[in-house]
Structures are given as C-alpha cells and as structure tokens.
Design a protein around this ligand. Structure first.
Ligand code: RB5
Length: 152
C-alpha cells in the first residue's frame, strides 16, 4: 500500500513520528512536506495529498496540521476524496468500514504520539464493508445525493 503524507508547521512534529512508524511496517511512504516548523499554508499540502489520492497515485493519504480541521476541509473539496478528522480508534474503524475513508487528518496539537499511532494503525488495517455502504459512498462521490427526493 502506498501512503502519501503531508503536514503544515502545526503537524510537523507528529508527522516526523508518523512517517518512521509507517516505514517500520514496510508501507511505501511518500512525504510531501512540510519539512520544518516554519509557518506554511495548510491548503498547499492538503491539495498535494488530495490530488494524489484522486489521481490514483497513492492508496491512502495522511494529513496533519494543528487541529486536522483545515486539512480535512481542504481535502474534501477534491472530487473522490473522503477525508476524516478524528482522534480515536473507533471513529477510524467506522470511517473505513462504512465510509471507505481515504484520507486521515490528524491534529498534531490534539493528539499524542501513542494515540495517533493507534488511530493510524486501525485506520490502515480496517477493511471497507461494501454492500449497502458502497451504494452510499457512490452517491456521495457522484454528488447524486442532490437528486434524492427528501422523504418528509
Ligand atoms: C496553524 O496555526 C493552524 O491553523 C493549522 O495547523 C490548522 O490547525 C488549521 O486547521
């Protein structure tokens, strides 16, 4: 599995721990930066990772900023991306099983190393269940939800 990882200055310290953690498990990892604590703009890195996922150049993406929120908002503007911002393993599991999430956004100022590793490992290993969830993901991805008649 190829994993593309990006961060801003708020996520740099955690990214520097997550990348070796992934490599130690023999994942193919591409680190698109940033590579220091110097202040940068998170959308630049979110878009590098999101476009790689949308174009099929990587299987999964991990984005880390201070909160994970700006990264998640930006990544989800790219068609085909299903990014999540979470801080605990149960959400990681359900986002894979039901939503086929393809980018994980973490808050470097929200979460410590050990919990981050548990979230990342859970998220990478959990399968998508497919079935009825595939139909819903397809609706989400095609934006066909706009045409669903509201049942009120
Ligand atoms: C940078 O200070 C911070 O705004 C950024 O890392 C992120 O938390 C934005 O959502």
């Amino acid at each position: 599995m190829k994993i593309i990882v990006g961060c801003d200055h708020g996520g740099y310290e955690l990214k520097e721990k997550v990348v070796p953690h992934l490599k130690s498990q023999n994942y193919d990892v591409e680190d698109v930066g940033t590579h220091s604590m110097e202040s940068v703009d998170y959308p630049v890195y979110a878009l590098k990772v999101a476009r790689a996922i949308a174009d099929g150049r990587a299987d999964r993406g991990i984005l880390i900023c201070g909160s994970g929120i700006g990264m998640c908002m930006t990544a989800n503007r790219v068609s085909g991306v299903r990014a999540i911002q979470i801080s605990e393993p149960y959400a990681a599991k359900m986002s894979r099983r039901h939503n086929d999430s393809n980018i994980l956004c973490l808050g470097g100022r929200f979460i410590g190393q050990d919990l981050a590793f548990e979230v990342v490992d859970t998220w990478l290993k959990e399968p998508f269940e497919g079935g009825r969830h595939q139909r819903r993901v397809d609706l989400m991805d095609s934006l066909a939800a706009e045409s669903i008649k509201e049942d009120r």
